[in-house]
Design a protein around this ligand. Sequence first.
Ligand SMILES: [Zn+2]
Length: 298
Amino acid sequence: MTGQRDITYCAVADCRQPALLAAAQCRQHLPDSARYFSRLPTLLHAANNAQLARIDLRHVEVTAAHLAGAILTAALFDGTVFTASDLTRASLHGVSARGAGFTEMDAAGLDASGAVLTATRWLHVHVEDARFTNAIWEAAEIRGLEGARADFTRASLRQTLFAHCTLTEAWFTDADLAETVFDGCDLSWAVCAGCHGESLSLRRAALDNTSFVGAFLDGADFSEAYAPRARFSAAILTGAKLVGALLTNAVFREADLRGADFRNADLQGAILERANLEGANLDGANLAGANLHGAIVS
Ligand SMILES: [Zn+2]
């Protein structure tokens, strides 16, 4: 751990709130808050490891800020526009950032667990190894995110759009992915076990070794996905579209595949033991070497 993390407290007697960045008082006891907030953008240029818990930056434009390792717990970022800033290893636990924007950012190792990120927009942000557990991302728009190993466990990503994102080895365990779009994204080796992915879209996504064990994927779209060795055991894929998907050696043990569309899918060596394929469309599918032992096919 490098850098200092000096926590200074408000100068007002008996006030136990942390003082604001480069100020002697907390937000409540600040004598001239308008003047303070007009100076803020400059102060944020050198705020690595700063103690900024509960700071109010709503609708502020934050450019070229150095907030690596900063404590921004429960801060207010609603409508804040972050550009070209460093949030590496910063703590954004429990922040409120509705409608905020994040562009050209380095935020690897960020902790934004429990954050409210509804309707945020992300463009070219690095969040490798970041934590978003239990975060709410509903209706967010995320483009060019570099998120290898990021943790979205139990996060809500409903109706969120991911485009050109790298999410290899990311965690989506028990996440809410209803109507989420990951078309063309790389989720190889990601773990989506137990996720709720009704109408989830993964068209042309890279899903090499991705786990969807026990996931609810009713009506999900895996058209033309590259998913060798992907695991769908005990998953519900009723009415799912897997048209033209590459599913060689994929595992669908005891999966509910009723009404699924596997037209022209490559299922060579796939394991479909005890899977329910009632009403599934296998026209043109390659089932060479597939294991259909105990499967229900009609
Ligand atoms: Zn105070």
